[in-house]
Design a protein around this ligand. Structure first.
Ligand code: NAD
Ligand code: ZN
Length: 605
């Protein structure tokens, strides 16, 4: 038995009807691991149900596919692998699985299995289900087949008798076994949603379980959502967790170990952030057994340059940093982009961890793996896609973030509600005053939900190739125009985006897509969170605390800047507009006259 060693995967096996698929899903969710169900993989690969593979191609072909899938699965790490009930009988499969994971067998009495199969509870679309039930005496058939497999099931590292247990209880048992037999820590991250949004109201519900068991699961999810909320980014090349919580910095080292990181951590931070959190982070890393070095850069967008990256390389070379070491980006989006760029390029790419400390960093810059530096001729002209190994957002750090930076970050949060999630928008409307006071629980929820929305979009379009990310540009066409026309001096990004979103909403209204009440609701929420809604002098200048005039910014300058935007690439502008709150559409046929009319409205006194 594999006691006390690092267990890289969990393999869940057992007869049909023991709940392998649902339990595996739940365990993966709780451990924040990947999930691979070999039957599902095969179905996806061949494009037909397993019963059909059996019927049309024969069992031999199915076993071949199964072996191939298991071989692939065993190359994974931190994955819960659910295997078909007959897979383990094959000695080659068993060898591979036992070398690459802890094998847990789910057991149940033949009577329980028979009853569950008839109710179709917890059974995967397995090979033997139909033939088993199609006989005169299914119970007897189950007994026989099960008995013939028993010697193989007996080779599992751990067995759980599932009769009378709910899916959630079985999952808990699996995790207990994993803890007992490995050197794993006590803390199991909870993934509230994969590819999706953590919703208080959308907790895991196990179909087919008795009501009491379902209630238990809900209670656990609610309790756990008070701790670290997380979601998972799954791209074609990598999958990594995002943790969002209050006071989470203390757990940074631990989470990094869980993500299989080791060696020396080079913390890259700016002076403002490092003076507040640097020594704490260094200590937490050392406590978890990492070596810790720190490289501190001056705060401000000017630091996001090739020169700074070169200084970081020099530091890494001097400290003999190796490919197995790790870079920790501690700071706002500027630090994240710069440190991530260094991580993407040093030694052709090394592991890195994002620890965003600004609202923009937590809900936007920190998620998606876009890293880069500025060129004197343009922002973010030099960069790469390099996904971090994990993101950890401690919302408590926002208590020291300057007010204006915080306010600017809210624009992106509101944007997520507007483009994709009406319920979230309503949540923001209902909780503005508590959110601006940084009430820990609600703040964590808002950030986790925003991060999950961005993660979901990014998961679908890692490298911005298929245009799915375009929707994130709501408010950004005008926003970027404003930033460029003012040489990035006048507005913080979120402020420009807020005004841009008002432009996009009005444009949507002009084109007959969006009712005026929706425009008003958007405007009211932006204003309540302290964001500007037009270029009118009083709005902008009150916030900046100095005199100036919104009217100085001419329409020509803004439109020219918009049309030169690198995302436009000389073609028609792809406008992200709204059809409703929570429902964005992309239109490239917007008449210039309407755009100018809207811009005129934005600058009108
Ligand atoms: N990679 C992406 O996908 C992406 C997305 C959006 C923005 N960005 C980039 O992010 C950058 C903007 O990020 P930002 O708004 O976080 O700016 P920033 O990193 O410059 O931080 C803003 C200011 O807040 C300070 N600060 C940060 N956290 C703090 C804290 N907890 N307490 C006290 N002070 C704190 C910083 O020192 C800085 O002075 C830009 O460079 C932008 O291009 C990148
Ligand atoms: Zn933005």
């Amino acid at each position: 038995m594999k006691v006390g060693r690092r267990i890289i995967n969990l393999v869940i096996t057992g007869f049909s009807g023991t709940g392998k698929s649902l339990v595996s899903k739940e365990v993966a969710r709780r451990l924040d691991w990947g999930l691979l169900d070999t039957d599902d993989e095969i179905v996806e690969q061949v494009g037909k149900p397993i019963a059909e593979v059996f019927r049309e191609d024969g069992e031999g072909r199915f076993r071949e596919l199964e072996r191939e899938t298991i071989r692939k699965a065993c190359r994974r790490r931190q994955t819960v692998i659910a295997i078909g009930g007959g897979a383990i009988v094959d000695p080659e499969n068993y060898e591979l699985l036992t070398r690459n994971g802890l094998i847990v067998c789910l057991e149940a009495k033949p009577e329980t299995i028979c009853e569950r199969l008839f109710r179709e509870v917890g059974c995967s679309p397995e090979t033997e289900v139909r033939p088993l039930l199609a006989t005169d005496n299914p119970l007897e058939r189950i007994r026989q087949l099960k008995a013939s497999r028993q010697p193989y099931y007996a080779k599992a590292d751990w067995t759980i008798h599932t009769d009378g247990l709910s899916i959630s209880e079985v999952a808990e048992e699996v995790i207990r076994a994993w803890r007992l037999l490995s050197s794993a820590s006590d803390d199991t991250p909870i993934v509230i949603a994969r590819h999706g949004m953590p919703k208080q109201s959308q907790e895991y519900s196990a179909p087919g379980l008795p009501r009491s068991a379902r209630n238990d699961t809900r209670k656990t999810a609610r309790r756990d959502s008070d701790k670290d909320t997380a979601c998972l980014v799954e791209t074609a090349t990598q999958s990594y967790p995002i943790y969002v919580g209050y006071g989470l910095l203390d757990k940074l080292g631990e989470k990094m170990k869980q993500a299989a990181l080791s060696g020396t951590a080079t913390v890259i931070s700016d002076g403002n952030v490092f003076s507040l959190y640097g020594s704490k982070v260094e200590q937490v890393l050392k406590d978890a057994g990492f070596g810790a070095n720190s490289f501190v850069v001056p705060p401000g967008e000017e630091t996001k340059s090739v020169d700074s990256a070169v200084k970081i390389y020099d530091f890494l070379v001097k400290h003999r940093t190796e490919r197995d070491d790790v870079i920790v980006a501690l700071g706002g989006g500027m630090v994240g982009d710069l440190a991530g760029f260094a991580a993407a390029t040093f030694l052709r790419g090394m592991p890195w961890v994002q620890v965003p400390t600004s609202l923009v960093g937590m809900v936007d810059a920190g998620i998606g793996g876009k890293v880069g530096v500025n060129h004197p001729e343009g922002k973010n002209l030099i960069g790469a896609f390099h996904q971090p190994n994990l993101v950890l957002s401690d919302c408590e750090t926002l208590t020291t973030l300057p007010e204006r930076e915080l306010t600017s970050g809210w624009a992106e949060v509101i944007k997520y509600g507007l483009i994709l999630d009406k319920e979230f928008f309503e949540f923001l409307e209902n909780n503005v005053s508590k959110l601006t006071k940084l009430e820990p629980h609600l703040l964590t929820r808002a950030i986790a939900r925003s991060a999950a929305i961005k993660a979901r979009v990014v998961s679908q379009d890692e490298k911005e190739r298929i245009g799915k990310r375009t929707i994130l540009n709501y408010g950004h066409t005008i926003g970027h125009g404003l930033e460029t026309a003012t040489q990035y001096r006048r507005f913080l990004h979120g402020e420009a985006v807020a005004i841009g979103m008002m432009g996009a909403a009005r444009l949507s209204q002009r084109l007959g897509l969006l009712p005026s009440e929706a425009v008003e609701r958007q405007q009211a929420l932006l204003q309540r969170l302290g964001l500007p809604i037009s270029l009118r002098a009083e709005t902008v200048d009150r916030r900046r605390g100095k005199k100036g005039s919104g009217r100085e910014l001419g329409l020509v300058a803004i439109t020219r800047a918009m049309e030169l935007d690198k995302k436009v690439k000389g073609k028609a502008i792809h406008w992200v507009l709204l059809e409703d709150i929570g429902k964005a559409v992309i239109r490239s046929d917007v008449p210039r006259g309407d755009v100018l009319a809207v811009l005129r409205e934005l600058t009108k006194r």
